[in-house]
Design a protein. Structure first.
Length: 320
C-alpha cells in the first residue's frame, strides 16, 4: 500500500505538471521550437545524466545479475507484446494503413519520457539500474524489429545502427557500466552536479508531454474508437498478460526486477512512434493521437495494474 500511495502522489504531481504544459501550449504561450529544444535537452543531457549515475554505483554482483535478468526478461516481454498486438489487431479489424503502428504501439512502451521518471521517483537508483538494462533491450528491438513492423514490405530508409547503439542514452549506459565494472568512484562534486542535472528529467518530461497534448484539439484525441481499443491493449490487456507471465518465472515474486518491469510495460505508447511512422511510412496522425490518449489514460490505468500485481504477489506468497 505504501508503493500505491507513493505512485498516486507521483502521478498527481505529474498530472499537474502535464496540465501546466498543456495550458501553455494550447494558449500558444510556448513556441514549437522551444518544445523541440526541451526534448533535445531531456534526451541528450538530463536523462543520460540520470541513467549514468544510477548505473555508476559501487560494483555489486547481485546488481549485475539483476540487470542481466531484466534484459533477458524484457526481450521475452517484447515477444509477448508483439503476439498480443497481432491477435488484437485481427480481433479489432484494424485497417491495413494502421496495422504497423498498431503492432508497434501495442508492443513498445514509453520507457524514456514516462518510464524512467516514474521508476526513479518510486524506486530510486536501484530501480533505475534495472530499468537501464531493460532499455538496452528496448533500443535494440525497437529500432530493428519495430521498424520492420511499420514498413512491412515497403522499402523505406535503411536502419541507422548509430541510432541504435550510439545515441546518448546507450552511451550513458556504456559509460555507467564502465565505471561499475572498473570500480571507478565518482567524486562527490561531480556526482552532485550530475545528480542535479539528472533530477531535471522528471519535470521536463512531464512538461513536454503536456506541450505535446496541447498541439491537438482534445476532441480529435477522444473521438476515435480505434485509439481507445489500442489503449485497452497497451495499458490493460498486455500488462495483465505480463503479470501472469511473471508467475511462471523462477524469480522471487516480490522481486524489484518484476515490479520495475511491470511498471515499464504498463507505460503509455512510445513517443518515438511518431518519428518512426514518418520515417518508415506509417500512419503518423494515428500514432500521434493514440500516443496522446494513452499518455492521459495511463495516469488512471497504472495504479490499477500495480494494484493487480501486488494482489497477485500476495496470492502467490500465501500459497503453501
Amino acid at each position: 500500500m505504501q508503493q500505491m500511495q507513493a505512485l498516486i502522489e507521483n502521478l498527481l504531481m505529474f498530472l499537474i505538471i502535464i496540465l501546466i504544459g498543456y495550458i501553455l501550449r494550447s494558449k500558444n504561450k510556448i513556441h514549437e521550437n522551444l518544445q523541440n529544444d526541451l526534448s533535445f535537452i531531456l534526451m541528450k543531457i538530463t536523462l543520460p545524466c540520470l541513467i549514468f549515475l544510477s548505473i555508476a554505483q559501487p560494483f555489486n554482483q547481485t546488481l549485475m545479475k539483476q540487470g542481466i535478468s531484466a534484459f533477458a526478461i524484457m526481450l521475452v516481454c517484447f515477444l509477448i507484446g508483439s503476439i498480443v498486438g497481432f491477435i488484437s489487431m485481427k480481433a479489432f479489424h484494424v485497417e491495413a494503413s494502421q496495422r504497423g503502428i498498431w503492432l508497434l504501439e501495442a508492443t513498445f512502451s514509453n520507457i524514456g519520457f514516462m518510464g524512467y521518471p516514474v521508476i526513479n521517483s518510486m524506486y530510486g537508483s536501484h530501480g533505475m539500474f534495472i530499468a537501464s538494462f531493460a532499455n538496452i533491450a528496448f533500443n535494440i528491438i525497437y529500432y530493428t524489429f519495430g521498424a520492420m513492423m511499420i514498413r512491412g514490405k515497403k522499402e523505406k530508409e535503411p536502419f541507422d545502427w548509430n541510432e541504435v547503439f550510439l545515441n546518448n542514452i546507450m552511451l550513458s549506459i556504456l559509460f555507467g557500466l564502465t565505471f561499475f565494472f572498473a570500480r571507478i568512484e565518482v567524486g562527490d562534486f561531480v556526482k552532485n552536479t550530475i545528480n542535479t542535472v539528472g533530477n531535471l528529467t522528471t519535470p521536463l518530461a512531464m512538461l513536454i508531454i503536456g506541450l505535446k497534448l496541447g498541439e491537438f484539439p482534445l476532441k480529435e484525441v477522444f473521438n476515435n474508437i480505434k485509439q481507445y481499443q489500442l489503449c485497452l491493449v497497451r495499458l490493460i490487456i498486455f500488462p495483465i498478460v505480463i503479470v501472469y507471465f511473471f508467475k511462471i518465472l523462477p524469480i522471487e515474486q516480490n522481486s524489484l526486477i518484476l515490479t520495475v518491469l511491470i511498471v515499464l510495460n504498463a507505460m503509455p505508447m512510445s513517443a518515438n512512434s511518431i518519428v518512426m511512422a514518418n520515417m518508415y511510412g506509417g500512419d503518423a496522425a494515428f500514432a500521434a493521437k493514440a500516443t496522446t490518449l494513452s499518455s492521459i489514460l495511463c495516469l488512471f490505468t497504472l495504479p490499477i495494474i500495480l494494484l493487480r500485481s501486488e494482489e497477485h504477489t500476495s496470492e502467490l506468497q500465501s500459497q503453501p
